[in-house]
Design a protein around this ligand. Structure first.
Ligand code: BDR
Ligand code: CA
Length: 317
């Protein structure tokens, strides 16, 4: 079976990605590490526990990680995911934070990877603070990974958080820089524009939520806020033709779960701009080789959307 370690800032699409993994046969999640991002790291921990509770998987250990980016202040995505990260719907039965492990997320990441050398696929769907801290503590960590799957960055200078910056890379640009430059392992990137070209049509979302299960009812509740935000946000409509929801984090997850999901990928050295009036946090794709980097990342280009829809459907079964 495939062993995953998942690093999240559990907003709505992180929740969708986690549920996809939980529903996949032959996938084992060894731990979920939490980080600031869409909301506070405390809310993120709570949200992950709510997702696990809904899926009857509370035995999966949840770890709390960084509350702030490496340099500077938090941003959040409350306008899109709700202030609490999951659509601001009351959940009186939410598990308590006492279920969160005592071990810190960064230590847990280093430990779990060391205990399973060459076996773990690390899926990061959040600002990369925990991953950056982990490689600084243990520089040998990347060499022990089977693969790294990241949702973040951009390839066509189109942003969703700044003019040219994607949320996860803007929320901790130093961390993104450290990870792209120090994780010398097979690295797969699901970038913002790629996710936009592969929207899930609203008709699919309707059918998805109409499944008569507790999971789909849970999803419908937490999803409502983002659906409305998606439909009204100008950039979501304008980026590419064809309306639908962009479950950003689920693409990185699908790539980690099923190798055949990726039909076509690019392979280039990548980095992150740390300065610039407008460009801080923007991903740099070095197509000509100016950076003289030896490590190249895989950038998702074309994927099997039928397979993706099947995996999404199964997530709520
Ligand atoms: C990313 O930003 C977050 O709001 C989403 O959860 C996703 O990880 C998309 O840019
Ligand atoms: Ca996320």
């Amino acid at each position: 079976s495939k062993k995953l370690l998942v690093d999240v800032d559990c907003g709505v699409d992180d929740a969708q990605a986690i549920m996809m993994a939980l529903a996949s046969p032959n996938v084992e999640i060894l731990g979920i590490t939490c980080v600031h991002g869409n909301t506070t790291v405390e809310n993120v921990c709570k949200n992950v526990l709510r997702v696990l509770q809904c899926c009857n998987k509370l035995e999966i250990p949840v770890f709390k990680g960084a509350a702030k980016p490496i340099n500077g202040n938090n941003i959040n995505a409350g306008h899109f995911h709700g202030q609490d990260g999951l659509g601001d719907v009351p959940d009186p039965n939410a598990p308590g934070l006492d279920l969160v492990q005592e071990e810190n997320a960064v230590s847990a990441m280093i430990r779990i990877v060391s205990e399973n050398p060459g076996k773990i696929s690390l899926v990061a769907t959040a600002p990369l603070t925990n991953l950056a801290l982990a490689v600084k503590m243990d520089p040998s960590l990347p060499s022990k990974l089977r693969g790294l799957y990241i949702m973040g960055g951009n390839t066509e200078s189109r942003g969703n958080t700044t003019v040219v910056g994607e949320f996860n890379f803007v929320a901790d640009s130093e961390a993104a820089y450290i990870v792209l430059n120090e994780y010398q392992c097979p690295t797969y990137l699901a970038c913002w524009e790629f996710t936009c070209y592969n929207k899930l049509p609203w008709e699919f979302c309707d059918a998805w939520l109409a499944q008569d299960t507790d999971k789909s009812r849970f999803m419908a509740r937490i999803f409502h806020y983002s659906i409305e935000a998606s439909k009204t946000e100008r950039l979501q409509k304008e980026l590419v033709a064809g309306a639908g929801f962009i479950s950003c984090d689920s693409y990185a997850m699908a790539a980690a779960i099923d190798d055949s999901f990726i039909i076509e990928k690019d392979q280039y050295p990548v980095s992150v701009e740390l300065n610039g009036t407008h460009t801080r946090g923007m991903m740099i794709v070095d197509t000509i080789g100016f950076l003289k980097k030896t490590h190249e990342a895989f950038i998702l280009k074309k994927v099997d959307m039928e397979k993706f829809k099947e995996m999404m459907m199964a997530a709520l079964k």
